[in-house]
Design a protein around this ligand. Structure first.
Ligand code: AMP
Length: 281
């Protein structure tokens, strides 16, 4: 496995791969890797001749009051996990490499970035879309792998690739969960024992919502009410947003009669967690 810290190095390392026409699968991450990330790697390995993982805590996608400075980092562990997983190239630049003095070009996926996490985290998806566009230009992958855990991000990136005619296939990968249902996330490390237990309310309320839809409930307001009641009953939880939206456009729906994404963000103490389920009546 080759570890590259500059754009020049990763370009030079990948040049022979591209020249020989071998397919490159790409998994962008912010590191502190867990089984969710590794499932993207596994998928990339299965479908491509070479696998690239990027590890970059991207400053432009964090708000001024957010956790950029304390976001968990453990490079030696991440590199060992990548090596074990059969990754061929790791690209782990520093912020100055990606955003040198004079940087002033941003990518804005205007519509899809607006609601859900985009409403609670202004500028977040502009940072995400910009860094992913840059990473695609640097790595030039044939396929790139994104987790359904970040449902809005996946749709923003898909739109970005389509709108800018980028020659990359965006591949969605299902959410990996802890045995008790909590969606794996690098941020779960912030939770103390009590918060870790309280964090189960996200998936538990989404499952209740899914069961309601399965048993015939089509009124989005009724489903929302059930979720809100469960979150309100958990003293350590505070709902940031709940969205019941069209799976494709992310526009709010009143009736759940098409593929519908139920997504939420919940503060557990100071830690903001997200989760979602797709319901298809
Ligand atoms: P992050 O390092 O949190 O930016 O995540 C990097 C990629 O891993 C994104 O495409 C995420 O959607 C994906 N990912 C994170 N957590 C999970 C999970 N629990 N299951 C599946 N994919 C995940």
């Amino acid at each position: 496995m080759k570890v590259c810290r500059t754009i020049g190095e990763i370009r030079a390392a990948l040049a022979p791969v591209h020249l020989s026409g071998r397919s490159v699968g790409f998994v962008p991450t912010m590191g502190y890797l867990h089984a969710g990330h590794l499932s993207l790697v596994e998928r990339a390995r299965a479908e491509n001749e070479a696998t690239v993982v990027s590890i970059f805590v991207n400053p432009t996608q964090f708000g001024p009051e957010e956790d950029f400075a304390r976001y968990p980092r453990d490079e030696p562990r991440d590199l060992a996990l990548c090596d074990e997983a059969g990754v061929n190239f790791v690209f782990t630049p520093d912020a100055a490499e990606m955003y040198p003095p004079g940087f002033q070009t941003y990518v804005d996926v205007t519509g899809l970035s607006q609601g859900l996490c985009g409403a609670s985290r202004p500028g977040h998806f502009r940072g995400v879309a910009t860094v992913v566009a840059k990473l695609f230009a640097i790595v030039q992958p044939r396929r790139a792998y994104f987790g359904e855990k970040d449902a809005q991000q996946l749709r923003v990136i898909r739109r970005l690739a389509q709108d800018l005619n980028l020659p990359v296939t965006v591949v969605p990968v299902p959410i990996i969960r802890e045995p008790d249902g909590l969606a794996m996330s690098s941020r779960n490390v912030y939770l103390n024992a009590e918060e870790r237990r309280a964090a189960l309310v996200l998936y538990r309320s989404l499952l209740v919502a899914r069961d309601l839809v399965r048993s015939g409930e089509q009124n989005a307001a009724a489903v929302a009410e059930a979720i809100r009641a469960l979150i309100a009953a958990e003293p350590l939880a505070r709902l940031d947003y709940l969205a019941i939206v069209d799976d494709e456009t992310l526009a709010p729906v009143e009736r759940i009669d098409q593929p519908t994404l139920i997504a939420l963000a919940v503060f557990i103490g100071r830690t903001r967690l997200i989760d979602n389920v797709l319901v298809n009546p």
